[in-house]
Design a protein around this ligand. Structure first.
Ligand code: UD1
Length: 358
């Protein structure tokens, strides 16, 4: 068969790598063309991930870069169309919920090519999040919807998507994490940053609702206060770095770093006393590893992580950060509690469906 995999951002690479590997192994004579849209382009946001994940060199680089939502989406569409016409795939894979996902699903659908959506059916029910629009459109246009949690079934049924298109296969991001566990357990990123395993708060923040306005300065003030009680490690996303510029955020105990590679970042999650984030994927990784997670958002499209007991929704409220050390002191030790089918074999189940064995 002929496959095209369209990826563009850090989380896309993590979710798609095991699917590419499974399908290449099962259909070695097939065509497996990787298209990198270039939505993420810094070495630490892109190349390092592809290297660590063992993803082959992309066959097509679209180099769209940053821009407004419409411009970025439009540029991916314009540059992807000729690639799809040349590749003539039997199936186009689009992962996650970023602008590249939306653009690729639309372009493939317009070219009358079948689309497979990895991580389908997540909903925050908040259409002010760009990702929510991207998810809804990708799902409605896809022939194969690969679900990573059972709650997605109801979300999709409510939008009139027939059950025949849904396949509950599990979480491909967890496939990647499980495959890398030996490497990240030995990586020792905490020691290199000079913080003691088990005793620090790991922070990631990049959502526009939080970092593009005044909430970012309030958040940094709260983090500086927490850093007096427990060290804070904060690898800063480029969007956040741009907004922080000149804010003078360095404080004792508050370690701001450049974006990290995936092995080092997983090493930090595994060794963190707790994680504070507004990311989607990190809510899942902490759940799998049994690390307490505090989500600085008004909602989550991943309620499965809250039911698992690892994730706490703080609201979009920096003042809630102050309560984290006390909340940790009151908590029983974390334990692994992965939701159903977060077991390392999701990509194999996707290959079963696609190659007709499932
Ligand atoms: C995007 C996704 C978001 C995902 C996140 C993961 C959309 C709408 N958003 O957000 O869902 O959670 O990726 O990281 O698709 N930049 C760089 N170098 C890079 C990439 C970005 O400097 O390699 C800077 C640019 O200033 C850019 C800004 O970051 O304008 C935002 O990048 P963009 O890809 O638009 O969105 P993210 O915030 O990364």
């Amino acid at each position: 068969m002929r496959f095209v995999y369209v990826v563009g951002t850090r989380p896309n690479f993590v979710k798609t790598a095991p699917v590419i590997a499974a399908l290449r192994a099962r259909d070695p004579n097939g065509r497996h063309a990787i298209v990198h849209t270039g939505q993420h382009y810094d070495r630490m946001m892109s190349e390092v991930f592809l290297e660590e994940l063992g993803v082959p060199e992309p066959d097509h680089m679209l180099e769209v870069g940053s821009g407004s939502h419409s411009r970025q989406t439009a540029q991916v569409m314009e540059r992807l169309e000729p690639v799809l016409l040349e590749e003539r795939p039997d199936l186009v894979f689009v992962p996650g919920d970023v602008n590249s996902t939306l653009a690729a699903a639309l372009t493939a659908a317009k070219a009358l090519l079948p689309v497979a959506h990895i991580e389908s059916g997540l909903r925050s029910f908040d259409r002010t999040m760009p990702e929510e629009i991207n998810r809804i459109v990708a799902d409605v246009l896809s022939q194969h919807l690969f679900l990573h949690s059972d709650e997605a079934v109801e979300n999709l049924r409510a939008e009139g998507i027939p059950d025949e298109r849904m396949h509950f296969v599990g979480n491909t991001m967890i496939d990647t994490l499980a495959a890398l566990e030996g490497r990240f357990r030995d990586a020792g990123a905490a020691a290199r940053l000079g913080v003691e395993p088990g005793a620090f708060l790991l922070v990631t923040l990049h959502r526009p609702a939080l970092v593009d306005g005044p909430l970012l300065a309030e958040t940094m003030a709260q983090l500086a206060a927490v850093a007096a009680e427990m060290p804070v490690v904060f690898p800063v996303h480029p969007r956040t770095r741009k907004m922080l510029a000149g804010a003078g955020a360095e404080q004792p105990g508050l370690h701001l770093t450049e974006p990290l590679g995936y092995i080092d970042f997983l090493s930090l999650i595994a060794d963190a006393g707790a994680v504070l984030t507004d990311s989607g994927g990190i809510q899942e990784e902490t759940t799998y590893l049994g690390v307490p997670c505090f989500t600085l958002r008004a909602n989550t499209e991943r309620p499965v992580t809250i039911r698992a007991g690892t994730n706490t929704l703080l609201g979009l409220d920096p003042a809630a950060i102050a309560g984290i050390p006390a909340a940790l002191a009151d908590r029983p030790p974390g334990r692994r509690n992965p939701p159903p089918l977060w077991d390392g074999d999701a990509a194999e189940r996707i290959a079963d469906v696609v190659l007709g064995a499932g």
